[in-house]
Design a binder for this molecule. Sequence first.
Ligand SMILES: Cc1cc2nc3c(=O)[nH]c(=O)nc-3n(C[C@H](O)[C@H](O)[C@H](O)COP(=O)(O)OP(=O)(O)OC[C@H]3O[C@@H](n4cnc5c(N)ncnc54)[C@H](O)[C@@H]3O)c2cc1C
Length: 413
Amino acid sequence: MRSPDFFATAMKRIAIIGAGPIGLEAAIAAMDGGFEVEIFERGKVADAVRQWGHVKMFSPFGMNSTARGRERLERSGASLPESNELLTGAEFRERYLLSLARSLPPDVLHEDTAVLAIGRSGVLKGDHIGESVRGNTRFRMLTRNATGDERVVNADVILDCTGTYTQPNGLGDGGIPAPGEGAARDRIFYGIPDFIGRDGKRFAGRRVLVVGAGHSGATAVTGLVELGSAETHWLLRRDRALPSEEIPDDPLPERSRLAAKSNRLVQEGRVTLHRAASIESIANLNGALPVRIATPNDEYSLVIDEIIVATGFRPDLMLARELQVQTCWATEGTYPLAASLLGEAGADCLKTPAFGAEMLMHPEPNYFTLGMKSYGRAPNFLLRTGHEQIETVLDWLSEKESSTITITSRSTR
Ligand SMILES: Cc1cc2nc3c(=O)[nH]c(=O)nc-3n(C[C@H](O)[C@H](O)[C@H](O)COP(=O)(O)OP(=O)(O)OC[C@H]3O[C@@H](n4cnc5c(N)ncnc54)[C@H](O)[C@@H]3O)c2cc1C
């Protein structure tokens, strides 16, 4: 139980880190809730979405946006996509997220401003272990803008919406980098290439190995075949005859179409599957990449030209290192939420367990991780879940804010 002291500090000022889809929605929701808001973005608005802008989203626009956001833009006369439209990341950014950002009052959004570290004024990580009294001092964040200027920004509440997209997982066995991975970096693509745009030339007519199952692996494999790669190989750590899990009566038709198509390419022999396999090493020999592959019964070399890594992403845990943050040892997601998600483990991200604000809390008072980062390495985050997280946390903060006002006014009577 939290001590009454905990409620004695009014929490007016919320700093949001990351202007992705969740940071932006959190900003407008927090402003509607009467909080002072500032949002800090390392690059440009929705920078991660911009990077995978060529990829078609599997959930429709209605699920990727909030009623709050749509109403806000409609009030200003914007014309929005239809609720059932399947947009690319670039379309989602241009037709919705950039408009949301433009709707923010001046001085709320700071682009090209990275948050480098978060601490608390006068309190070290090891002080007041797990005690709510830590919440009596303000957060201080070190920020750096594009010209290299550094400054400290104070806040009462932090919503860390920094996602995971810029932190890809390693390629080798056990999740660590494979020997030679660093040296071959210019021939390894982390994420999903833009085959019909800027990356087409790089992969057309080449021998390519895609590493990793899931939606990203399936997208990369189908994209390569459509582009016309010379050979397409698909390496999975798991032992599955069909790489993509097809969910019966999948309510997301785009996801279902992609899973079926990628499996069909394997069945038709247009994609060579390496299952229950891991990468032992990568060499760079006269421009070709001989890759050593191990399976339970065999070890062999495969010579290819390029590697696409679709093994997922992990959160940046350094950012909040000076705070008392509790993440799951398996997924690096926020601990209570991660434990609940592991209990529900399954392929269908639509089946998210119900959660309250306590699921999103760390021992550090008033520091919340929202959006993709709250799931850590777990790949099944949906924007719709992030929208629920925002409302849950802001309701909790508003309730706390009103308790503060009641306590303060009682004590000053
Ligand atoms: C290819 C792809 C397709 C997807 N398709 C769907 C889909 O169809 N439907 C769906 O529901 N979900 C989808 N997702 C999953 C998820 O919804 C998205 O990843 C979504 O972008 C997550 O939003 P976010 O705001 O949590 O994080 P992000 O979009 O990653 O945004 C984080 C932001 O924080 C910024 N940032 C990071 N570190 C710092 C720092 N230190 N200081 C300041 N700023 C920082 C980044 O530049 C970025 O702009 C997809 C994911 C991928 C990769």
